[in-house]
Design a binder for this molecule. Structure first.
Ligand SMILES: *Cc1c(COP(=O)(O)O)cnc(C)c1O
Ligand code: SF4
Length: 446
């Protein structure tokens, strides 16, 4: 008989990691070795787009031999092409002339406003109300799912812009958020059609457990029986897995999640992984193990980003690794038309090629992933493929999610366009004037 070896689990000690923000780029040891003009470029961009990184990320996730092409470096460090050349020049000139902090701040606000901080009509169209009063910090776009942006959780340190987060992060003026747990609860109690609450941001996991509990614990009351699922969107497994292992309130956090599960909720932790390189550390594996031990299901989603993960093998490897670690691949997104899109965007037909080349490499268990998908004004539109019908080359599309649930799952067609990167670049195929949902969508916009 084989001897059973008793492997001791690795011991994880609480660690303090320094956090660096945009004025501290000079202080980062590892950056001392990169060319001076590149460092200046990074400072220019960091004045416009938020920057924040901790030592765990740059010591343990970035392979400095691969910089600047390292994917995690691309994710968290600013790159010149993330802002457009004229914006870049204006900021660079101001800095060279020794502009004051105030002048830099004002120019930055102006440049950000030009970067479409709130795409897809999210400020005008999705804001729920109670007694006619708009509830800031909430979005209710699809019947069954309410999004909540807790104001204590509006930080994320990466530049990918498929979510709402960069606009949340940069300043109060663009933010939508709420610290009003009572409004959230009143709204949910009054809306029996809502089955899913999605806590998002930023990253709700930067909140202390005590605060998180105020939002989540009441959901175990019977007036919230219809809210079956609590989703929490988070990058913390990448940036701060210690959150679930050694942070002072880690145990309390896990207990809170377990309590929700025991009360009959499905808790889905929506992990944002852009590249397999983010999931390789022991501490990350331990965090995943602990989260799963509470009964939480981890699902994974990420945008496809040029310069970072525009590589089918990286996706295939990532999905396989997710399955191996007990997580479920869920979405591949297409970069939204906001923030640093110009740097990360990939033509739609390429997103489909990459998705397909990755998808065909993995077993069925990893094919739970959907995409590539655009979170556009009318809904989540998936590129199902490129095809030729009666001699016309077309995109085959479908709604995964839509403002009108009846639009979902009906194939529709757009003219093939090699340069298109977003839904509004597309024209209906077969000489049609508009897409089947277009009139109705226009009338919803008022
Ligand atoms: C993606 C998304 C959801 C969730 O959609 P599912 O198909 O249920 O994953 C909800 N609200 C908004 C605004 C979204 O973008
Ligand atoms: S999508 Fe996720 S990882 Fe990217 S900026 Fe938003 S929260 Fe961060």
């Amino acid at each position: 008989m084989q001897q059973v070896v008793n492997i001791q689990p690795p011991q994880f000690l609480p660690r303090k990691f320094k956090v660096y923000q945009h004025r501290q780029l000079d202080k980062i040891e590892a950056l001392q070795h990169i060319p001076k003009d590149m460092l200046f470029e990074m400072k220019v961009v960091a004045n416009v787009l938020p920057f924040r990184v901790n030592e765990y990320v740059f010591n343990e996730l970035i392979d400095w031999d691969k910089v600047p092409n390292d994917p995690v470096f691309q994710l968290v460090f600013p790159q010149r092409e993330m802002i457009d050349p004229s914006a870049y020049d204006r900021m660079a000139d101001l800095m060279k002339q020794g502009g004051s902090t105030q002048e830099i701040f004002e120019l930055a606000e102006q440049l950000r406003a030009e970067m479409n901080p709130h795409p897809a009509g999210q400020v005008e169209m999705n804001v729920p109300t109670i007694d006619g009063e708009p509830l800031r910090g909430m979005q209710h776009k699809y019947r069954e799912t309410v999004l909540f942006f807790p104001s204590q959780g509006q930080y994320c340190h990466s530049y990918c812009t498929f979510c709402f987060r960069w606009a949340q992060f940069v300043g109060k003026s663009m933010r939508m958020n709420s610290n009003d747990a009572e409004s959230l609860h009143n709204y949910l109690a009054a809306h029996g059609e809502v089955t899913d609450l999605l806590m998002t941001g930023g990253d709700p996991m930067v909140m202390r457990t005590k605060k998180l509990r105020e939002y989540l614990e009441p959901l175990t009351e019977s007036r919230f029986d219809h809210v079956q699922t609590v989703r929490i969107g988070s990058k913390s497994l990448t940036f701060w897995p210690y959150r679930f292992v050694t942070d002072p309130d880690a145990e309390e956090l896990l207990a809170l999640l377990e309590k929700l599960v025991k009360a009959g909720k499905h808790v889905s932790f929506m992990a944002h992984f852009n590249h397999p390189q983010e999931m390789g550390t022991e501490i990350c594996h331990e965090a995943i193990r602990r989260l799963r031990a509470t009964g939480v299901q981890i699902r994974c989603q990420a945008p496809l980003l040029n310069n970072l993960n525009n590589d089918p093998d990286a996706w295939a490897q990532m999905w396989q690794e997710q399955v191996r670690l007990g997580m479920v691949p869920y979405y591949m997104f297409i970069e939204r038309d906001t923030g640093a899109k110009r740097y990360f965007e990939v033509p739609l037909y390429r997103t489909w090629e990459i998705f397909r080349d990755a998808y065909k490499q993995v077993s069925g268990l990893a094919r739970t992933v959907r995409g590539p998908s655009m979170s556009a004004g009318p809904g989540k539109v998936e590129i199902q493929g490129v095809s030729e019908i009666h001699g016309e080359k077309v995109f085959v599309l479908r709604f995964i999610q839509a403002r009108n649930p009846d639009w979902v799952q009906r194939p529709f067609f757009a003219k093939f366009d090699e340069t298109a990167t977003w839904l509004n670049d597309l024209k209906p195929a077969f000489g049609e004037e508009k897409f089947f949902w277009q009139d109705e969508y226009n009338s919803m916009q008022g």
